[in-house]
Design a binder for this molecule. Structure first.
Ligand SMILES: Nc1ncnc2c1ncn2[C@@H]1O[C@H](COP(=O)(O)OP(=O)(O)O)[C@@H](O)[C@H]1O
Ligand SMILES: [Mg+2]
Length: 356
C-alpha cells in the first residue's frame, strides 16, 4: 500500500495532523515568511542556504539545485518561495504526482524562463521516465523530446535555459541516488524547538491581529509537535475560543482550555494518540502486544495506528516498536498518570498469540 496516500487522507481530519488541509492552504499564504531573515529556526539550513544564494547572486549565476527534505509542515514550500524571492526570480510550482508522463515534464521545462525556480513538491512520487528526463535537465540543461513512435521515433535535443530546481520530499531515502546526487545542496529540516515555535506563534498572532501573551504562546507551542503548520492551526482554534468565551486575548489558561475542548493534550497528543497509549497500558499492561491486536482494541485500522498515531508516539519516546510487538515506555505511564506494574512483570503475552 502507499504510505503517502493513507497519511495524506487520514491526517487531514486531525487538528494535529501535519498535512495542509483546505483551511490551512487559505491562510498559509498570509503567514509565510517572505525572506530568509523572517524564517524562524533551522539555523544551519538558513546559514548554508544564505551562502549558496549570496554566492550565486554575486556571480550573477543561477543558484544550484536544492533538495529540501523533512516532515510535512516544517517549511519546505515556504523555503522554496524564499529561494525564488532572494534570487529575484519567478517560481513555477508543481509536484511529483502531477507529472505522470515525461512529456508533462518536458512541457514545463521547455517553458521555463532563464533563472526561474522550479519547485517540485513530493519529488519522490514522480514517474520513472520523468525522473530520467529530469537527470539530464538538471545536469546539462537539455531534454530529449521524442517525436514519433516505435522504430521511427527520434529524439530531438532541446536546450533549456539555466534554472534552479528546488525539490521537496518527506522521504529523502526514497530518492534514487542518481537524482539525489544531482542536487548541489541538500537541506534536511528538523522538528522545531518549543522556543522557536513560540516565535512562530507570536509572529502569526501579530499577522492575524490577535493579542497573545508569552505564556499563551508557550502553551500553544508546547502542543504543536515541533511543527509550525500545527502551531499556526492551533493558534487559529485558540483564537476562536478566546473570541467566543473571553475578551479575545490569548493567555495560558485560555489556550489550555481551548485545546482541552479540541482534545489536544499538554504534550500535543490527540484523542487517537491517547486511545492507542491507553489501550496499550490498560489492556495489555504496557505490552509487548502485536499491532493488529492493539488496532482492534482501539477500534481503528491497522494502518491508521501504524502510520498516523505511532510515528509521533515513537518520536516522543512514549512507545517503542520491538520485534515482539509494541511496548510502552515509562514515560507513557507517567504521561497518562498510571502506575506501571512491578518491574520485571511480563506483559500478558497476547501480542505473541495474535502476532504482529
Ligand atoms: N521557519 C518558519 N518560520 C515561520 N513560519 C513557518 C516556518 N516554517 C513553516 N512556517 C509556516 O508553517 C506553514 C507550513 O509551512 P510549509 O512551508 O507549507 O511546510 P511544508 O511545505 O514543509 O509542508 C506555513 O504557513 C508557514 O508560514
Ligand atoms: Mg509543502
Amino acid at each position: 500500500m502507499n504510505w503517502d496516500d493513507t497519511t495524506d487522507t487520514s491526517a487531514e481530519e486531525r487538528l494535529v495532523g501535519a498535512s495542509a488541509d483546505r483551511e490551512d492552504q487559505a491562510v498559509e499564504a498570509a503567514l509565510r515568511p517572505k525572506d530568509l531573515g523572517e524564517f524562524i529556526g533551522q539555523e544551519k539550513v538558513r546559514e548554508q542556504l544564505d551562502l549558496v544564494l549570496r554566492a550565486a547572486r554575486a556571480r550573477g549565476a543561477t543558484a544550484d539545485h536544492v533538495l529540501l527534505s523533512g516532515a510535512p509542515g516544517l517549511g519546505k514550500t515556504t523555503l522554496s518561495m524564499i529561494i525564488a524571492a532572494e534570487m529575484e526570480a519567478p517560481i513555477r510550482i508543481t509536484s511529483g504526482p502531477a507529472i505522470q508522463h515525461a512529456g508533462d515534464l518536458a512541457a514545463i521545462l521547455s517553458s521555463l524562463q532563464e533563472g526561474e525556480v522550479l519547485f517540485l513538491d513530493e519529488i519522490h512520487r514522480m514517474s520513472r521516465p520523468a525522473e530520467e528526463m529530469l537527470y539530464m535537465a538538471m545536469e546539462d540543461f537539455r531534454v530529449d523530446v521524442i517525436v514519433g513512435k516505435g522504430p521511427g521515433a527520434t529524439a530531438i535535443p532541446l536546450e533549456l535555459p539555466p534554472f534552479t530546481l528546488v525539490g521537496a520530499t518527506t522521504r529523502a531515502g526514497l530518492l534514487p541516488p542518481p537524482l539525489r546526487d544531482r542536487f548541489g545542496f541538500t537541506a534536511h529540516m528538523e522538528f522545531y524547538e518549543p522556543a522557536e515555535l513560540e516565535r512562530v506563534v507570536h509572529r502569526s498572532a501579530s499577522l492575524l491581529d490577535v493579542e497573545i501573551d508569552p505564556a499563551g504562546a508557550a502553551e500553544i507551542a508546547g502542543r504543536s509537535r515541533g511543527t509550525p503548520r500545527i502551531a499556526n492551526r492551533l493558534l487559529r482554534r485558540v483564537r476562536d475560543y478566546a473570541q467566543v468565551k473571553a475578551d479575545g486575548v490569548i493567555t495560558k489558561d485560555i489556550a489550555a482550555a481551548a485545546l482541552a475542548v479540541y482534545e489536544v493534550d499538554a504534550r500535543g497528543l490527540d484523542r487517537l494518540d491517547r486511545a492507542v497509549l491507553e489501550a496499550l497500558l490498560k489492556l495489555f499492561g504496557g505490552g509487548p502486544v502485536g499491532l493488529s491486536t492493539l488496532s482492534v482494541a482501539v477500534g481503528e485500522e491497522r494502518e491508521t495506528v501504524e502510520e498516523v498515531a505511532e510515528p509521533f508516539l515513537v518520536r516522543e519516546g512514549l512507545l517503542a516498536r520491538t520485534p515482539r510487538g509494541r511496548v510502552a515506555t515509562p514515560a507513557a505511564w507517567a504521561h497518562l498518570g498510571l502506575t506501571p506494574p512491578r518491574s520485571g512483570a511480563p506483559g500478558n503475552g497476547q501480542g505473541d498469540l495474535f502476532g504482529a
